[in-house]
Design a protein. Structure first.
Lengths: 291, 239
């Protein structure tokens, strides 16, 4: 058992670093993902995760850090969405859709312009878990601290906005500011996660554990805790599957996270049906006696 | 002494450049109840949102507690119409009511014993205490509405802006809302309420009939005359 479940992480430094990085990403995604799910921002998360692509690709061409490129890409994406929404009075999902496909197309154009890109593009889209370095962990830990601090400080306006923007505004919170802060938090999460799980699959870590949390939690902090635990379990199991069966690491992690959601959803459904049957039993009992 | 809690002058409200209702003129004093009645799209919610500071007036002036709308979040509470998104959130009824204290707590203050006392009193007054620990999504629509009413009471505000507070409530629930409004008025709170129900206007100081314009305004016996009701709804009350 030890050989299957523990030894790979003890004996293989790359796998150990990948596990640490994945867990940092999982907890960061759990915090940001909770608000993404509560506020219904999955499409924004999807768009942001694709919007960073041209930034990272351009950074690789100019020999700059991919993180800086991703930050610029996320900034352009968020600024563009704000501009289109306000200036042209289009709905936010239309603005997000426009920027999303525009940035994705630009990213593909940049990457197709160089012969060295096919491999890099693969790494950008699907991550490179086993290439994580110690210095990456420092950056990911810093991102987790910032995202956690935003989540704690802005928890009240974020919660009010999840119910109704008007409630937040009439409680004295500047909705525009806190909406932008939430977007920045999601952007930072995407930037901090792309190396480990890739820009395509980061959405899975943002959504799946938090969505599972919604199924079982009665309070927001419990939802975050459940999402964090599920994210960490998915990281460990996904890496283990990837190691033993020589499968792509990030895809394995995300697939485990989505599978946990599916199991959770089925379990919730079974529990609900059982409760319904239990509620109906006394009536059946009365019915039998009446006859 | 100047005691107007709300005063408007030639107020035009709407979205962007689109005017929904023009020339609204009314004032309220502490303890007053103003009831806004009209069909869907008549301008009731738009007026409440303007008073709450969520929409800017298109023209004219509006003063809330001698200041601009939205500048006194601790003193003005707003109950939105059907806050449906909250029904899917993992929140207990108690947590939803606790959100009513956020305007006072801001970002950093911790919940005090006084906040907890206000929270429990609000739950008790609305009859929500019995399901306070249950998730909001497991409650009936009437129980959810009671929870949101408790949240508004927890604000301890001087002005309550209520958008259809009786929606989804049975006859007991409606009676409870009427009692709560009466007790809030007794402690000097001004209440502005939007509704579809003519019965809700019984105890109002001022009734405003809206149909994308002010059809009538005044005490119930004046504002709800047959000719105004016919103009607003196309029918009159059975006598």
């Amino acid at each position: 058992m030890n050989q299957i479940f523990i030894a790979p992480f003890v004996e293989n430094e790359n796998l150990r670093l990948a596990l640490l990085a994945s867990m940092l990403v999982a907890i960061t995604c759990a915090i940001a993902g909770t608000f993404v799910v509560l506020r219904g921002l999955a499409f924004v998360g999807d768009a942001l995760s694709h919007g960073v692509l041209p930034g990272i690709a351009a950074a690789l061409i100019f020999g700059v850090s991919g993180i800086i490129g991703a930050a610029v890409g996320a900034g352009v994406m968020m600024g563009g969405v704000n501009l289109v929404t306000r200036r042209y009075k289009l709905s936010s999902d239309t603005a997000i859709g426009l920027l999303f496909v525009g940035m994705l197309a630009l990213g593909v154009l940049i990457t197709s312009s160089s012969s060295k890109f096919p491999e890099d593009l693969d790494h950008i889209l699907f991550g490179e878990s086993f290439a994580v370095k110690s210095s990456d962990l420092v950056w990911q830990g810093f991102a987790l601290l910032v995202v956690g601090a935003i989540g704690v400080i802005a928890r009240r306006p974020f919660l009010l906005m999840s119910v109704d923007d008007g409630l937040a505004q009439t409680s004295g919170f500047n909705v525009t500011f806190f909406q932008n802060l939430m977007m920045a938090m999601i952007g930072l999460t995407v930037i901090a996660s792309f190396q480990t799980v890739g820009t395509l699959l980061v959405l899975g870590m943002l959504i799946a554990p938090a969505a599972t949390g919604v199924l079982f939690a009665r309070r927001i902090p419990s939802m975050m805790l459940i999402a964090s635990v599920i994210g960490c379990v998915a990281s460990y199991s996904g890496l283990l599957i990837s190691f033993h069966f020589e499968l792509a690491a990030s895809a394995s992690i995300v697939l485990v996270a989505v599978s946990i959601f599916a199991i959770g959803a089925v379990a919730t459904e079974i529990r609900r049906n059982r409760n319904l049957r239990h509620d109906e039993l006394p009536h059946q009992h009365e019915h039998t006696h009446a006859h | 002494m100047h005691t107007d809690t709300i005063s408007t002058s030639k107020l035009s409200i709407g979205f962007g450049r689109h005017t929904v209702v023009a020339n609204i003129e009314f004032t309220t004093s502490p303890g007053a109840l103003v009831v806004l009645i009209g069909t869907n799209g008549s301008g009731k919610s738009t007026l409440l949102k303007t008073l709450a500071g969520m929409l800017k007036p298109i023209s004219g002036s509006v003063k809330i507690l001698d200041g601009d709308p939205g500048k006194s979040p601790r003193r003005v509470a707003y109950l939105p119409q059907h806050p449906i998104s909250s029904h899917t959130l993992p929140l207990r009824a108690r947590d939803v009511v606790a959100m009513g204290r956020f305007a006072n707590l801001g970002l950093f203050n911790r919940e005090s014993e006084e906040d907890k006392r206000i929270l429990n009193t609000s739950l008790e007054r609305t009859g929500s205490i019995e399901f306070a620990e249950k998730p909001l999504r497991d409650l009936s629509s009437g129980q959810q509405q009671r929870t949101h009413l408790a949240q508004v009471l927890a604000r301890q505000a001087e002005i309550l802006l209520l958008d259809e507070p009786t929606a989804g409530l049975d006859i007991n629930g409606r009676k409870l809302v009427a009692e709560l409004i009466a007790s809030e008025r007794a402690r000097g709170v001004t209440v502005v309420m939007a509704t579809h129900e003519l019965q809700d206007a019984e105890n109002a100081n001022t009734v405003m009939l809206l149909a994308q314009r002010v059809v009538s305004i005044g005490p119930p016996e004046v504002a709800l005359r047959d000719e105004f009701l016919r103009e607003c709804f196309g029918f009159t009350q059975p006598h």
